[in-house]
Design a protein around this ligand. Structure first.
Ligand SMILES: *[C@@H]1O[C@H](CO)[C@@H](O)[C@H](O)[C@H]1NC(C)=O
Ligand SMILES: *[C@@H]1O[C@H](CO)[C@@H](O)[C@H](O)[C@H]1NC(C)=O
Ligand SMILES: *[C@@H]1O[C@H](CO)[C@@H](O)[C@H](O)[C@H]1NC(C)=O
Ligand SMILES: *[C@@H]1O[C@H](CO)[C@@H](O)[C@H](O)[C@H]1NC(C)=O
Ligand SMILES: *[C@@H]1O[C@H](CO)[C@@H](O)[C@H](O)[C@H]1NC(C)=O
Ligand SMILES: *[C@@H]1O[C@H](CO)[C@@H](O)[C@H](O)[C@H]1NC(C)=O
Length: 473
């Protein structure tokens, strides 16, 4: 009897809890009747990964609507709605209004921030998804009127697309916070750049400060896969309608890519055992990541004291400045190009391919066709296979001086650079010749010195012997 009572009580409790939850409404949703008020309950994604609400950062009293991981002990904001329009009082309200806009109101009921829509719906809601995407849509419909993934702040979450949509002419890019306390857009932005062959670039204001290298089908040209690359898979996807960089998880480890206020791009994974974020990748990694540090045709090696060198067969353009470690003038060919006197292409290996903005490409061409195309145009400076998969394919042409090159020992790609016809054939051979000459000269000269020495000694001894003979008489 007692058992039965207890059982039915349990059952009743469960049912009660279930209905309470239902009547409150899904806590992942904001609607025209269910608002998010500063000080009230936060909203949570269905599986409890992400949470949204009002927050302040550091000692600042400004209030922002933001999103963070619900379960992590370190509060990590991944998105901010009103980053440029902080609330100065703690009485903001976030609600959805017809025809389908999410609006943030201050204490005088003025709109301080809102989302946009080009279509209108009957019953709009905003829902926080488990991916960290906040979407505005018609209740029960799967088409989004607006999504936060199209308006990121400083964080790229798995599933986001960083890049260009050519149909809408819209770009999605990351921008750093101004300071640790101020989420307003700071100095740095990170883009997937489709002008020329796609590559990612990091900018400070309007200046490029870092370039990933073009995407070669497997990774960025001249970079190794980062440490935690068994946890996630990243790529640049390109088609006629869009080009974007993104990554997806191949494990359940919580991962985020963030552009911080100092312009460092960092990939973090959450370490359950340490209850903290673990860095997997940080860019820039060394001074060779500084965009075009060594100028045109200069190559960078951070392990080397000299840092910048000219590519083989190139010399500093301004040797005085170069000696003073001012490498910005770059390098020029030892033998100048002269289109009328013909040319040849020299192969350079293990190269982080130069800046591909303003390059030309055709993914269907073979390397031979690529060479022919480049040959026909005197301002074509180099060619390469952009895609290294399956032995290499496609054609990438450069029509300007080659910038931001790195020689990387165990990665990198082949590039064929236009040189004067009078340049000796291949790079390896000339090096080999030098070594062979040394191989003969060294023992020969040592031998010669030994012969001369012994002749001198012999001569002296004979002289001495003669003198002794004379004295002896
Ligand atoms: C919402 O989340 C923030 C940050 O974790 C927390 O400080 C705040 O207490 C939460 N609000 C409520 C009502 O639980
Ligand atoms: C509310 O927002 C409006 C419009 O941005 C602004 O003019 C007004 O000063 C704000 N009120 C308060 C109390 O911040
Ligand atoms: C909202 O949409 C209108 C019309 O499409 C456009 O003019 C305006 O710039 C948009 N505002 C924002 C903040 O995107
Ligand atoms: C070399 O220097 C000259 C004069 O300073 C400049 O005009 C030219 O563009 C430089 N060449 C390269 C490849 O940077
Ligand atoms: C480096 O050299 C270039 C010319 O090659 C010059 O314009 C520039 O001012 C120099 N920079 C410094 C820091 O000396
Ligand atoms: C060579 O290529 C450049 C850059 O694409 C182009 O402007 C120029 O017209 C080409 N010249 C010839 C002869 O095709």
């Amino acid at each position: 009897m007692k058992e039965l009572l207890r059982e039915s009580f349990h059952l009743f409790l469960l049912m009660y809890l279930y209905f309470v939850q239902r009547s409150i409404g899904a806590t992942d949703t904001i609607s025209t009747t269910h608002f998010l008020k500063d000080g009230d309950a936060n909203i949570t994604s269905p599986d409890g990964t992400f949470e949204m609400g009002f927050f302040s950062s550091g000692s600042s009293k400004n209030r922002y609507v933001g999103m963070w991981y619900k379960s992590l002990s370190v509060r990590t904001v991944v998105w901010v709605a009103n980053r440029e329009a902080p609330l100065t009082s703690g009485s903001g309200i976030l609600k959805v209004i017809e025809p389908g806009r999410l609006v943030l109101l201050n204490d005088t009921n003025k709109v301080v921030w809102s989302t946009n829509t080009s279509t209108s719906v009957q019953n709009p809601i905003a829902q926080l998804l488990d991916s960290g995407n906040l979407v505005v849509k018609q209740a029960g419909d799967d088409n989004f009127l607006w999504q936060s993934f199209d308006h990121p702040t400083d964080t790229l979450l798995p599933g986001m697309k960083l890049g260009w949509n050519f149909l809408t002419h819209r770009e999605v890019y990351l921008s750093s916070w101004k300071t640790q306390e101020d989420p307003a857009p700071g100095d740095y932005t990170y883009h997937c750049d489709p002008s020329g062959y796609p590559q990612n670039i990091l900018k400070k204001g309007s200046n490029v400060v870092y370039r990933s290298g073009p995407w070669n089908g497997l990774h960025f040209s001249g970079t190794r896969n980062p440490r935690g690359s068994h946890l996630y898979k990243y790529e640049i996807f390109s088609s006629k309608t869009q080009v974007y960089f993104g990554y997806k998880l191949i494990s359940s480890v919580i991962t985020r890519l963030i552009l911080n206020q100092n312009g460092a791009l960092k990939l973090w994974t959450w370490g359950d055992h340490v209850s903290d974020w673990i860095p997997q990748l940080s860019i820039p990694a060394d001074n060779c990541d500084a965009y075009k540090l060594c100028g045109a045709y200069g190559t960078c090696n951070s392990q080397d004291f000299t840092v910048c060198r000219c590519l083989d067969r190139f010399v500093p353009n301004n040797s005085e400045a170069w000696k003073k470690r001012n490498w910005s003038g770059g390098c020029v060919r030892k033998t100048e190009l002269n289109c009328l006197q013909g040319h040849r292409f020299l192969k350079y290996s293990h190269i982080k391919l130069p800046d591909t903005r303003n390059s030309w490409s055709d993914v269907t061409m073979t390397l031979e066709e690529c060479k022919n195309t480049c040959s026909k145009n005197c301002s074509c400076m180099a060619y390469a296979n952009p895609d290294i998969r399956n032995g290499g394919s496609g054609c990438l042409l450069w029509f300007e001086d080659l910038l931001d090159i790195k020689v990387v020992s165990d990665e990198g790609q082949d590039i064929y650079i236009r040189m004067a016809a009078s340049e000796p054939d291949s790079l390896e051979k000339s090096d080999g010749k030098k070594r062979k000459v040394l191989f003969w000269i060294l023992p020969l000269s040592v031998g010669l010195i030994l012969v001369i020495l012994s002749m001198l000694i012999f001569h002296r001894r004979r002289k001495k012997a003669l003198q002794l003979k004379r004295k002896g008489r």
